[in-house]
Every structure is written in C-alpha cells, then in structure tokens.
Design a protein. Structure first.
Lengths: 188, 304
C-alpha cells in the first residue's frame, strides 16, 4: 500500500512538473528555416539601437559581428532588424518577436530585407534565433520561444518540430549542413 | 515521516504549477525582473476596423471579435472592461507619437486600440525599391495595407507602453487573413465540421477560428503572456479547428484577476520590493489555497 501511494504521488509530481515546462508547438523546423533563409550565420551582438519609424513603430537594429556562415555570403558585420524595443521612456513590443542582449552569441536564420543592402530579419519571429551558451564541457544552442503565438498551419507542422529545446551547437550546424548538402544517393 | 515528505513535495509541486501557469508580459522581453505591463485605466476602449474580413460573413466576424473581448470583461473577480468604441475606417496601425507631448500622457489620452485584418502579403504587393522598406519609414504595412510579419504567423498584438513603469498606452491586434481565412462557425458536437475534411461544407466549417485566436490575442492586449497551462486560452499553441480558447480557463481568470482586482489599483511587479519580484503575481486565491487543501486532505487521512 505504501509503495503504491508513493508511486502515485511521484507520478503526479512528475506530471505537474512536465506541465510547468510545456513547450510551444512549432511550425518551422531547422530544415524549413534552412530552406527559407538567405543567410545562416553565427556571431555576437556588438550593439543595438532602437528608433521610431514614420509609422509610429519602434524598430531595433542589431549589429552582429559574424564568426562563421553556414549559408549565403556573409560580410564580417551585418545588421539584423526586428520590431519592438524602446526609445527613451517608451517601449513597444510585438509578442513572439525576437529580442537580443548585448554581447549575446547567436546562430541566426535570416532573410534579406527587401530593398535594403546588408540588412536582415530573423525568420519566423523568434523561431529563427538560437542562443549559444558555452560551458567547460559543452556548447549548446537554445531556441527561446517565449511569447510565440499560434503558428501551426492547416495540416499541422511542415516537418518535425525542434520544440524549442536546447541541442549541441555542432548538432544544429550538422543538421543545417546535411540539409544543404545531402549525401549523394548510391546508384544501383 | 517518509510519507509526509511526499505530501509536502506533492503540495509544493501543485502550488508551483498553479502559481506559475499564467505569465505576465514584461517591458523587456529578455528580462523577467523588469516591470510587468498593465493598463492604468480599468475600462479599455477598442475599435474594430470597418473593413472587416475579406473572406466569410463580415457581420459574423465583427460579432466574433466582440465576443472574444467580452470574455475578459465577463470575469467576475475583476472589474477590467473592454469597451466597444465602434468602427474605425483608418487602416493605419502604430502609436501616434504626438500624444507623447501631452502633459498627462496615459489617463487623459484615449488609446485607440485597433483590431484589423490584413488580406494581402507585403512581398506580393510592395514594388521593389519602394521607400516604405527603408528603416526610417518601415511602413509598408500601412502604405500598402498588407501583412508584413512573414508567413506562418496568424495574429499579432503590438503594445506600446511606458518602459519605466509598464503602463500600457496603446495596443493593436492585426490578423493575417492573407494566409489564414478565419472562420466563425460553431463546431458540431461530434467535431465533424473541420474545414478541408472530405464532405464538409466550406461555409459551415471550423478552420482558423476567429474567436479562438482573438480571445487569446486580447489576453496579450491586457498584459498577459503565454501560460504554461495547456488548457488555458493563453497557452501558446493550438491546432487548426480548435475552439477551446474561445472561453477562458481558470488559469486565465486567475491571471486577469491577479492584475486587475476590483476597486483596487492594478497589481504591478518587477519594480516592487524583493518579495514581490519576478512577477510574483500568480498567487491568486485559488492557487494559494490548493496546496493547503492537498495537505489538509492527506493530514486527515493520516489521523485515521
């Protein structure tokens, strides 16, 4: 009796803990974003500034020092633009839009901003940004999907979802590379 | 003693879940200790854009929008009210910065709070090299009345606020009708009228349900973020054909009531003393009582 109660209690605790970390459903996998991206780069945020636009929006320009590129021709520095930010005492936020901190290391899936040279936007709001965390034993790439709304298309996810979980950076880069350069099929 | 440990662990886990399920939006999305967003006014007006939907029954669409916001007004444990201020013909979305020059910014200036559909994708209609793409302008969505947030995004709420206090000035909801033809039909009891299924009438089916979407977005509009509770309207994910987010779950009710208790100022967080830091605003009455009830139940069992 004691054992079964303990088992039930443990199961309940685990179930509750799992709910507390429920993740957001995804519609864009790493492979989807690779297909859509004009540029896939890893780099560090050197600075960022926000400004009002004529339309009453706040747009933030993030300056990124590029360390390496997986797709496209990236110069040493690029500008990434996103909606939201703050100018003086006024803040503006678009739920699910990407946000950065100074000095942050990231891997980004980017599409070129039409008509503006060397400016990019992150694909799929915050889906296209992976935060990179280095420790003595590992280098992890993490998708932070806070605030991302319902993006599941009719018919369900396009392909498998990454679920916003952390994965080793080399594994993420290998997935991108494998998708860009699939191994040649053996001919019979 | 061992069993008592289980009781405490279970109660704490349940409490953590109940207290942390709903989430408030912070002025800095990268800093959860920054001030939470809230409306200083308790009655928040909104305007439906008169153009309405391009697809489907426009009257049903307007009614669906009103019902979505009404859900939050109908909550008994809060006096927060969304007020329908009629139609607006203007298709421009953004914050009128001229208001910033007014001395009493928030309570003396009525927010506009637009809700409108965009039925064209900007890349399809904006000519190459159009000046609207310049960063200083960045207003293609207004100039060409188009959706400029990319594919796969159904709806977005843009909130403008005081970055130091979190007080909201204005919030606008845009709906991506260019990619998602919103539906307003009620689901059949057997769930047999999902759009796109064989034999289902396209005029009486549930696809991207408008109320499911806007009830969620209007939760963002009042300062709630995404909940960890999968039954909540403010849960981040939903499937096509889902309508369960049309009505609020207990977690959503806990959320609005924690921010806007009746006849009291809105509950702020982030800039509060350390005990209230980290948006400790989830301890609504029901959440606080739940673990106590669990402990009492098991304590009673032990006495037998």
């Amino acid at each position: 009796m004691r054992t079964s109660f303990g088992f039930v209690a443990a199961a309940l605790v685990l179930a509750v803990a799992a709910n507390a970390h429920a993740s957001v459903a995804m519609s864009l996998s790493v492979e989807d974003m690779t297909d859509r991206a004009d540029l896939i780069v890893r780099g560090k945020v050197t600075s960022q500034e926000s400004q009002w636009t004529r339309a009453g929006r706040i747009v933030t320009t993030v300056h990124l020092a590029v360390d390496s590129g997986l797709k496209g021709q990236a110069p040493q520095t690029i500008d990434v633009e996103h909606r939201g930010g703050h100018v003086g005492k006024i803040g503006q936020q678009v739920e699910g839009e990407v946000a950065f901190t100074d000095g942050e290391e990231v891997l980004l899936f980017l599409r070129a901003r039409p008509n503006v040279a060397n400016r990019y936007v992150v694909i799929g709001l915050n889906q296209g940004k992976f935060h990179i965390e280095r420790s003595a034993t590992s280098v992890m790439a993490t998708q932070k999907l806070d605030g991302l709304g319902l993006v599941q298309k009719p018919g369900g996810p396009i392909t498998d979802a990454t679920g916003g979980a952390a994965l080793p950076l080399n594994e993420l880069e290998a997935r991108v590379t494998a998708h860009l350069h699939p191994p040649a099929k053996a001919t019979p | 003693m061992k069993r008592a440990g289980w009781f405490v662990a279970l109660a704490l886990a349940l409490h953590a879940e109940a207290a942390q399920a709903f989430v408030r939006t912070h002025v800095d999305p990268t800093d959860n200790s920054s001030p939470c967003l809230f409306w200083g006014r308790r009655t928040v007006p909104y305007h439906l854009n008169s153009q309405g939907m391009t697809h489907g029954d426009n009257d049903a669409g307007f009614e669906a929008l009103r019902l979505s916001l009404q859900q939050w007004t109908d909550v008994d444990c809060s006096d927060f009210t969304y007020q329908d201020d009629g139609f607006n013909d203007d298709r421009l979305v953004g914050f009128n910065r001229a208001l910033l020059n007014q001395p009493m910014l928030v309570r003396d200036v009525s927010p506009f709070n637009d809700i409108l559909f965009r039925d064209k994708n900007c890349p399809d209609v904006v000519p190459a090299n159009d000046a609207c793409s310049d960063t200083a302008n960045n207003d293609c969505m207004n100039v060409y009345d188009c959706w400029d947030y990319g594919s796969g995004v159904i709806a977005l709420t843009t909130t403008t606020y005081n970055f130091e206090t979190g007080e909201i000035f204005d919030a606008d909801i845009e709906l991506n009708e260019a990619e998602f033809p919103f539906t307003t039909a009620d689901p059949w009891p057997d769930g047999g009228n999902i759009c796109g299924e064989p034999g289902v009438d396209p005029n009486d089916c549930v696809g991207t349900d408008l109320r499911n979407t806007v009830t969620h977005e209007s939760g963002h509009m009042l300062g709630l973020g995404h909940s960890a509770d999968p039954t909540a309207t403010m849960f981040a994910s939903a499937n096509t054909g889902e309508t369960s987010k049309r009505s609020l779950a207990q977690d959503d009710i806990n959320g609005i009531c924690a921010i806007y208790p009746p006849n009291q100022p809105p509950v702020t967080c982030g800039d509060a003393p350390p005990t209230n830091k980290g948006c400790g605003c989830g301890s609504a009455d029901g959440a606080a009582l739940l673990p106590l009830g669990v402990l009492a139940f098991f304590a009673k069992r032990r006495k037998r």
